[in-house]
Design a protein around this ligand. Structure first.
Ligand code: 0RA
Length: 651
């Protein structure tokens, strides 16, 4: 392959024009290519570039990836792979590097043998990142040289040139996201960190380093490095960090069937929730699919077979369902599929049928052996399953009781709910309000046409620690779900159906701005996360933002939400005079505001701000919730103190 710099300005052919049209399309409709132009899309640019380096690592040529957030919120991604080829591309008549950087979906064209799977869902190629950056610079270390090309909104500024010598190989991508396209251009360290950590667990043996240069002058650099030797075993241990485990080590499966690499690990804990995270080509498949189905099928078959063979089910008088085998289980499953078919509401459900059998066989083999070789652990697991089945029977009875009672009362809606008059759910909102008194104020202040109020008394049950049937029996929780119009504990397949009965498309949690309020908010979010995750996935959950301060001078009054805003307002109202003449009232509770104030600051759609709760990373949210709400107290306290806000669950 030639190492000549490629292309020359005179042969500006039809092809070049097509290329520009391709990138112009990306700039015209960026959301079609990267999902959205908010925080998600902005961070997606980094994932797209990192994915290319991960592919190089999966091909066996790259060990280290470094991601740098620069002071200007530009990003650099450095890898030590072979470097993108720079020779002349025979068909396109220009450097292969230029083709990769400027042609949509050109990413893997040159190396058919390379096992190319990462990306996939949004695998739109680095050319999209290029099109959406005001400046992008690629440096390739290869064949003793450093090659370089720069681009402006995806257009090359010059032909690929040699800018130096090098004794290593690899690719360095630098880019500055276009502020005229993205709503925000500020990167969140924690969001990138969660994804890099996840990628390190999913692709063991790769070191990924994340560095934030946006620290104050003289302060030490902020840097984290992720590396996993044990892969998913360690991922499960991380997710289950504060839960009490039932067996010493996770059960680990690594294999390949029919060209589908399968890796998975799972552990049982003393809790009751199932936390199964699944990935296809490093993408979180939140709706599951055939890989998850294959795992469940094998788990149920093999465990049931073992329990029967050992006579452990002799005294069990009722049937054991598939769910019972997964209660208190934390697991991660990762498959790599050459041509994934994604289905479902959010296109995150794997449809390839062949994957079901592949996972089933891999799990079947390993789990069968595991149970034979670990009789003590096998017995522990089977006992746990029997306990789950027993509890499920109690839960079903409790739920049937609840439903029968619900059917008898008039509208079936909770008495504490002040409903709105509008009936189209897409126009309706419900406020879940901490305490009866704030609930009363909200009821006076609201617009009753489309705003409903449900006051909640005190702390609701911590579902992270409660037995399932307790959840169905809890008054506050029953009220929440009845008011929303959805059923608790709906099986996986019915969840979408269940949501069609949802009565409000904005569910707004409104709590005091103090420690108790924050705790109650976390309890409610945990409830939704564990028992109605779809509400979060579809973006129906919001957090109200009451003001923290009222700044007053004479007749002038202004509400403030941050300390900086407060200080600025004090100075402004003082009008050059003594700031002490300005009064500051610190709001802690919603109860300190009257109905008019609550309406104008927190409930009026024209003037309020709402925070939408999103699941940037379900795995990270799982880790955080288990830490916040789980058994071990010390790590929870530490976390609450360090993070008054939610790390990855807030938008
Ligand atoms: C195709 C072929 C070869 C390298 C790559 C792609 C490659 C792409 C990226 C993107 C980011 N980092 C990368 N590293 C490598 C090499 C083919 C050869 O050397 O024979």
């Amino acid at each position: 392959m030639s190492t000549e710099t490629a292309g020359d300005k005179s042969n500006y052919s039809a092809e070049n024009i097509q290329v520009l049209e391709g990138l112009e399309a990306v700039r015209k409709r960026p959301a079609m290519y990267i999902g959205d132009v908010g925080f998600r899309g902005l961070h997606h640019l980094v994932y797209e570039v990192v994915d290319n380096s991960i592919d190089e690592a999966l091909a066996g040529y790259c060990k280290n990836i470094e991601v740098i957030i620069h002071k200007n919120n530009a990003i650099t991604v450095i890898d030590d792979g072979r470097g993108i080829p720079t020779g002349m591309h025979p068909k396109e008549g220009k450097s292969a590097l230029e083709v990769v950087m400027t042609v949509l979906h050109a990413g893997g064209k040159f190396d058919k043998d390379t096992y190319k799977v990462s990306g996939g869902l949004h695998g739109v190629g680095v050319s999209c990142v290029n099109a959406l950056s005001t400046l992008m610079r690629t440096n390739v270390h290869r064949e003793g040289k450093v090659f370089q090309q720069e681009y402006n909104c995806g257009k090359p500024m010059y032909d690929v040139k040699v800018v130096g010598e090098s004794n290593r190989t690899g690719t360095t991508q630098y880019f500055e996201p276009d502020a005229s396209i993205f709503i925000h251009t500020e990167y969140k360290f924690d969001t990138l960190a969660a994804r890099m950590r996840e990628l390190a667990y999913l692709n063991r043996g790769i070191r990924i380093t994340l560095r934030d240069e946006r620290v104050e002058e003289g302060a030490p650099l902020k840097e984290e490095s992720y590396f996993s030797e044990g892969g998913l075993r360690e991922f499960v241990a991380y997710l289950d960090g504060t839960r009490e485990k039932l067996i010493p080590e996770p059960i680990y499966v690594e294999g390949e069937k029919g060209g589908v690499p399968v890796e998975l690990a799972f552990q049982y804990n003393t809790g009751y929730a199932e936390n199964l995270h699944s990935y296809v080509n490093n993408i979180n498949t939140i709706e599951g699919g055939t890989h998850v189905a294959g795992f469940r099928r094998a788990l149920t078959r093999v465990l049931k077979g073992y329990a029967e063979k050992e006579g452990l089910l002799k005294n069990v008088k009722f049937d054991i369902s598939g769910d019972d085998f997964r209660e208190g289980m934390t697991g991660v499953i990762s498959v790599k599929v050459q041509e994934p078919q994604f289905e479902g509401q959010t296109k995150t459900k794997l449809g390839n049928n062949e994957v079901m059998g592949a996972v089933d066989q891999c799990v079947g083999d390993v789990l069968g052996n595991y149970l034979e070789e670990h009789p003590k652990e096998a017995r522990t697991i089977v006992n746990k399953v029997i306990l789950a089945a027993t509890a499920r029977h109690a839960a079903r009875k409790a739920r049937e009781m609840v439903q029968r009672k619900g059917a008898m009362s008039g509208s079936g809606l909770p008495g504490k709910l002040s409903d709105c008059s509008e009936t189209d759910p897409s126009l309706c909102e419900v406020y879940l309000v901490e305490g009866d008194s704030a609930g009363g104020t909200a009821k006076q202040g609201r617009n009753r046409a489309y705003q409903a109020i449900l006051p909640l008394r005190g702390k609701i049950l911590n579902v992270e620690k409660a037995l399932e049937h307790k959840i169905y029996e809890n008054e506050e929780i029953k009220n929440i779900f009845t008011a929303l119009g959805v059923t608790i504990g709906t099986p996986e397949d019915d969840k979408a159906l269940n949501l069609t009965k949802l009565r409000y498309h904005k569910i707004i949690i409104m709590t005091d701005a103090d420690v108790d309020g924050s705790h109650i908010r976390t309890l409610i979010l945990t409830l939704f996360f564990r028992y109605m995750k779809a509400l979060i996935e579809f973006g129906y959950i919001y957090i109200a933002q009451p003001p923290l301060y009222l700044v007053k001078k004479g007749k002038e009054e202004e509400y403030c939400w941050t300390e900086a805003q407060r200080d600025e307002t004090v100075l402004r109202l003082a009008k050059g005079g003594n700031p002490d003449s300005v009064g500051i009232q610190r709001y802690k509770g919603l109860g300190e505001m009257n109905a008019e104030q609550l309406w104008s600051t927190t409930m009026n759609p024209e003037t309020r701000t709402l925070k939408q709760v999103t699941l940037e990373s379900a795995a990270e949210a799982d880790h955080i919730f288990s830490m916040l709400m789980g058994d071990e107290v010390p790590p929870r306290r530490e976390f609450i103190e360090a993070n008054a806000k939610y790390a990855n669950i807030d938008a």
